[in-house]
Design a protein around this ligand. Structure first.
Ligand code: ATR
Length: 275
């Protein structure tokens, strides 16, 4: 049998860390497979995708701008991918059909479970900052994990209201400039915006009113400790950085394609940080 193949499709694709991530696991587990970056424009995406199983691919990750097309081209879609409205993990079945999943929310929750084992979503409300694509995965995973209430603040309030309409009564939309005042009893605080990323403005949310047992996490991982996380640490709050979400979201795909469940360990973090 030829070695199993998988990869990541995007446009552009040069910046993707997924080849390093999966390459680390293949080497560590001694699997003779390959995981490759595939640069593909939107116009060619569907045709290219259909040809991959014939070339020996077991599946692919999909990234921008294909996350929506990946959902519509799939023959079956997991509930969580349908809820999030985008796919990041495609698996090719033996009969040639394509199944689509979204593992971003799974990666988010696993990252918190690994790095803050005492954290339990069910113990209180969450405050989510941002209502873009990443936010949808975070909201759906927090709701599945059992948050009691979810406060959602976004610069463009209308986007937050659209998500509240979709995700239901546990969502309370908060004005963006009131986010710092919406921390009463909050146990989980998440930045899903791009603010705080290298080259972007800082997140204008202060943590003075956050409860002392709140967990603060940031999807931004460049820099690994954002100013937001640093401010949380100064306040003595538990923090979890966003790199682990990237690592954990890769686990389900790898297991499906290569047949072994990989681990997220310190060596992997260092491999990604050093890349
Ligand atoms: P992603 O898929 O990474 O979530 P996105 O869909 O473009 O990307 O969403 C980016 C998020 O960062 C949004 O919540 C966006 O707020 P708007 O909906 O108001 O655009 C937020 N964001 C980006 N730049 C921002 C800024 N300067 N101030 C406040 N929020 C910002």
């Amino acid at each position: 049998m030829p070695p199993p193949l998988a990869g990541v499709i995007g446009f552009p694709i040069g910046h993707s860390k997924s080849p390093i991530l999966h390459g680390y696991w293949l080497k560590k587990l001694g699997i003779s497979g390959y995981y490759v970056p595939l640069s593909m424009s939107q116009a060619d995406f569907v045709d290219a995708l259909r040809s991959l199983p014939k070339l020996g691919f077991k599946g692919v990750n999909v990234t921008l701008p294909h996350k929506l097309s990946a959902l519509s081209v799939a023959d079956s879609v997991t509930d969580r991918a349908a809820l999030i409205g985008a796919a990041n993990t495609l698996t090719f079945r033996d009969d040639g059909s394509i199944s689509a999943d979204n593992t971003d929310g799974y990666g988010f929750i696993q990252n918190l479970r690994q790095n803050a084992p005492e954290w339990d979503a069910r113990r209180g409300p969450a405050l989510v900052l941002g209502a873009g694509g990443a936010s949808r995965a975070i909201i759906s995973s927090l709701l599945s994990a059992g948050v009691t209430e979810l406060r959602l603040a976004n610069r463009t309030r209308q986007r937050a209201e659209m998500l509240a309409d979709q995700f239901g009564a546990k969502i309370e939309v908060i004005d963006w400039n009131r986010a710092s005042d919406a921390m009463d009893g909050v146990l989980t605080i998440v930045n899903t915006t791009s603010l705080g990323m290298t080259g972007q403005p800082e997140l204008p949310v202060v943590l003075d009113a956050a409860p002392s047992d709140a967990l603060v996490t940031d999807l931004v991982y460049t820099p690994i400790i954002t100013k937001f996380l640093a401010a949380a640490e100064v306040r003595g709050l538990k923090t979890v950085d966003g790199l682990g979400m990237l690592l954990h979201q890769g686990v389900p795909g790898f297991e499906l394609w290569f047949g072994q469940r990989p681990e997220v360990d310190e060596g992997l973090r260092q491999a990604i940080l050093g890349a």
